[in-house]
Design a protein around this ligand. Structure first.
Ligand code: BGC
Length: 350
């Protein structure tokens, strides 16, 4: 009996030991231990804080994914000032991050600091906005030309001729040019045959809603009529609609936008904004996070496209935007949980 007891105890000890060993040396366990010891540090440099999406969606979603993958994010935020952004990127390089993800405050001015990162062995991923003339490792964005097409088309579906205003994004943001290119491709033949007169055609520094407001207010003060506004994003649509409201024109003049901002969804329901372009930002942020972590580990993430930035064909991952109006808001933005039903209907509208 005593012998049997000893054998049972011995067997239990051996089995326990084998279990412990298997946990310690299994690849999963090994990875976890390595992650804990040296997590991949990803730098995130945000160059724009005026528009709602960046701090409320992009940064938290990106961080969540990197952390799920066992990494950590060092974030820096430059308030639309490119010199501040350059200094902050240099700091990230000197902190020893393996990869830097950049939302450029100026698409033209960051190529030298991308070169500095590379010289230090740091990979660079351009997030949402291209960095021109640089040796980028990766670019993750939406099809921005299509965004512009959808904006103009949604307005054209309501009014097919007359006085149109084009309220463009920041002249230093490559996306602003791509979006405009898309919108103009849709409007071009009607501008040429005289059906559409482009009475305002301006880029707004920093995609600034206040500038958009002032521009439309000024135009309307001249007493001329306005039949439609193609606004490049929702923040500026807010400014445009405020100016229209002051003249009793809100809801009468179609206005586009992009981003599916909460306030824009509320205006679409209220009938003062015609459309927005919904870009599922979680897909963009998660994809960029996965790619950044892969780059940091020396892997080559899979692209679905290439985009020329004036210097090279940058391996790119481009996602599809979706046109949204009153009819499909529920089936898209709300269904995906991008904006909640209760926030749209229960929070005070802006
Ligand atoms: C983004 C838009 C955003 C705009 C202003 C663009 O680069 O693609 O989603 O509305 O910047 O922040």
């Amino acid at each position: 009996m005593k012998k049997i007891l000893i054998i049972v105890v011995l067997l239990a000890v051996v089995a326990g030991g084998i279990y412990w060993l298997s946990k310690t040396i299994s690849p999963k366990g090994a990875n976890k231990a390595a992650n804990k010891a040296t997590p991949v540090i990803v730098g995130f440099s945000l160059g724009d804080t005026i528009t709602e999406r960046w701090l409320s969606k992009d940064l938290p979603l990106f961080t969540e994914k990197v952390e799920q993958l066992g990494g950590a994010v060092n974030q820096v935020v430059a308030n639309n000032n490119v010199d501040t952004q350059i200094t902050q990127i240099r700091n990230l390089i000197s902190q020893g991050v393996k990869v830097i993800v950049i939302v450029a405050s100026d698409s033209q001015k960051l190529a030298p600091v991308v070169a500095e990162a590379h010289a230090a062995g740091v990979k660079v991923l351009a997030y949402d906005r291209m960095i021109s003339n640089s040796d980028l490792d990766m670019y993750v964005s939406f099809d921005n030309v299509k965004v512009g097409q959808l904006e103009a088309q949604s307005v054209l579906d309501k009014v097919y001729k007359g006085n149109f205003a084009y309220i463009g994004g920041s002249p230093t943001d490559n996306n602003a040019s791509l979006v405009k290119q898309g919108s103009m491709a849709v409007l071009d033949s009607k501008i040429k045959n005289g059906d559409i007169k482009l009475v305002v055609d301006k880029f707004m520094n920093n995609w600034d809603p206040t500038l958009a407001y002032q521009t439309v207010k000024e135009y309307l003060a001249s007493g001329k009529t306005l039949d439609a506004v193609v606004s490049a994003n929702d923040g500026m649509a807010y400014g445009v609609i405020k100016a229209l409201q002051e003249k009793g024109l809100a809801g009468k003049v179609p206005v586009s936008g992009q981003d599916a901002d909460l306030a824009a969804c509320q205006r679409i329901i209220a009938g003062t904004q015609t459309s927005t372009v919904y870009k599922p930002i979680n897909s963009e942020a998660y994809k960029a996070a996965e790619m950044a972590v892969a780059l940091a580990k020396g892997e080559t993430p899979e692209a679905n496209n290439t985009t020329n930035n004036g210097k090279i064909d940058v391996p790119s991952f481009l996602l599809e935007p979706v046109s949204v109006n009153k009819d499909n808001l529920m089936a898209t933005v709300v269904k995906d949980g991008f904006q909640s039903y209760s926030a749209i209907f229960n929070q005070p509208a802006k």
